[in-house]
Design a protein around this ligand. Structure first.
Ligand code: SAM
Length: 273
C-alpha cells in the first residue's frame, strides 16, 4: 500500500532538476528565489500558502520551536513556517523523490539549515517521544488507511501541551468521490474519513480538540479560479502537472465537482497534545 502511494506521487525521480529547469525557462534566477516565488509549485494542497499560514498562526510558534511536518511533500509548508517564525522544521514523507527535491529547494532559498527532510512513514515515525513543540499535517491522511496509528504517532512525538494542526480533505455528504483526483487515480489508495470520524480519531489518539474549521466554500472558489485560469491561458500549474502527469486537467475538473457537490470537504482541526 505505501509503495503504491509513493509511486502515485513520484513519476519523476529528478523532480528538483525539472523544477529548476521550469523556473529558469520562466525567467527566474534561482539565486534570487524566495519561498513566495514557488508557492504555486510547492504548497501541494487546496488553498495553497494561505491555508498553511492560517494553520501555523494557531500553533503557538516562536523562533525556538521545533515543528514536525508529517507528509511534507516538496517542503512548501515546512519552508513557509520556518521562514515566517524563524523556527526549525523537520519534514517526513513517504516519497523519497519529494524529500530530495524538498532538500534542494530549501537550499535554493537559504533555508537549508532550518528546514530538513527525511523519508519515513507517518504511521511509524522515526523520532523519540516528546521530541517536537508542535506538529502539522496537510492533505496527507487521505492516503492513509491506518489513521488511528498516524494520530497516535503524532501524539507520541509532540510534547505535552503542544499543538497538532491537521488540514485535510474529508468525505463529504454529497456521495462518492469522482476519480482521478490529485491524491489517487482510483479508490485503492484513497481513504477519506468524515468530519465526525476525524474528530473521534483525534480524540481517540489522546488529543483535546481546540478548534474545527470547515473551509469547503473557500476551496470551491480556489478550484473555480484554478480551472478558469487554465481555460483562459490554456496552460496548467507547472509542478502539479510535473508529478501528476497528463491526468492533471481531469483531476482538477473532478475536484471542482467533488467540492461543489460536497463529495469532499476541507476541514482543519487544532488539537492539543
Ligand atoms: C498532497 S501531498 C501534500 C504534501 C504537503 N503536505 C503539502 O501540503 O504541500 C501528500 C503527501 O503525503 C505523503 N504521504 C502519503 N502517505 C504517507 C505516509 N504514510 N507517510 C508519510 N507521508 C505520506 C505523500 O508522499 C505526499 O508527499
Amino acid at each position: 500500500m505505501t509503495d503504491q502511494v509513493a509511486s502515485h506521487y513520484s513519476e519523476n525521480p529528478e523532480l528538483a532538476d525539472v523544477i529548476a529547469r521550469n523556473l529558469r525557462s520562466a525567467g527566474s534566477d534561482l539565486k534570487k528565489l524566495t519561498t513566495a516565488d514557488f508557492a504555486t509549485v510547492d504548497e501541494f494542497h487546496i488553498r495553497g500558502r494561505k491555508a498553511t499560514l492560517e494553520l501555523a498562526v494557531q500553533m503557538n510558534l516562536n523562533a525556538n520551536s521545533h515543528v514536525l511536518d508529517i507528509g511534507s511533500g516538496l517542503g512548501g509548508p515546512a519552508r513557509t513556517v520556518a521562514e515566517t517564525y524563524g523556527c526549525q522544521v523537520t519534514g517526513i514523507d513517504l516519497t523519497q523523490a519529494f524529500c530530495n527535491a524538498a532538500t534542494a529547494m530549501s537550499e535554493w532559498v537559504g533555508l537549508g539549515k532550518r528546514a530538513s527532510f527525511k523519508q519515513g512513514d507517518a504511521t511509524n515515525l522515526p523520532f523519540d517521544s516528546k521530541t517536537f513543540d508542535a506538529a502539522m499535517t496537510i492533505h496527507v491522511a487521505m492516503n492513509i488507511a491506518a489513521k488511528d496509528k498516524m494520530y497516535m504517532e503524532a501524539r507520541r512525538v509532540v510534547k505535552p501541551g503542544g499543538i497538532f494542526a491537521v488540514y485535510d480533505i474529508l468525505q463529504g455528504e454529497g456521495g462518492e468521490v469522482l476519480y482521478p483526483v490529485p491524491w489517487a487515480r482510483d479508490p485503492s489508495i484513497s481513504h477519506l474519513a468524515t468530519p465526525e470520524q476525524m474528530s473521534a480519531l483525534l480524540i481517540g489518539a489522546g488529543f483535546k480538540l481546540r478548534d474545527v474549521q470547515d473551509s469547503t466554500e473557500e476551496s470551491q472558489s480556489f478550484f473555480e479560479r484554478m480551472t478558469a485560469q487554465m481555460a483562459k491561458t490554456g496552460s496548467l500549474p507547472v509542478a502539479w502537472r510535473l508529478f501528476l502527469g497528463d491526468d492533471f486537467p481531469t483531476m482538477a475538473r473532478n475536484q471542482v465537482r467533488n467540492v461543489t457537490e460536497r463529495r469532499i470537504r476541507t476541514v482543519s482541526f487544532i488539537c492539543v497534545a
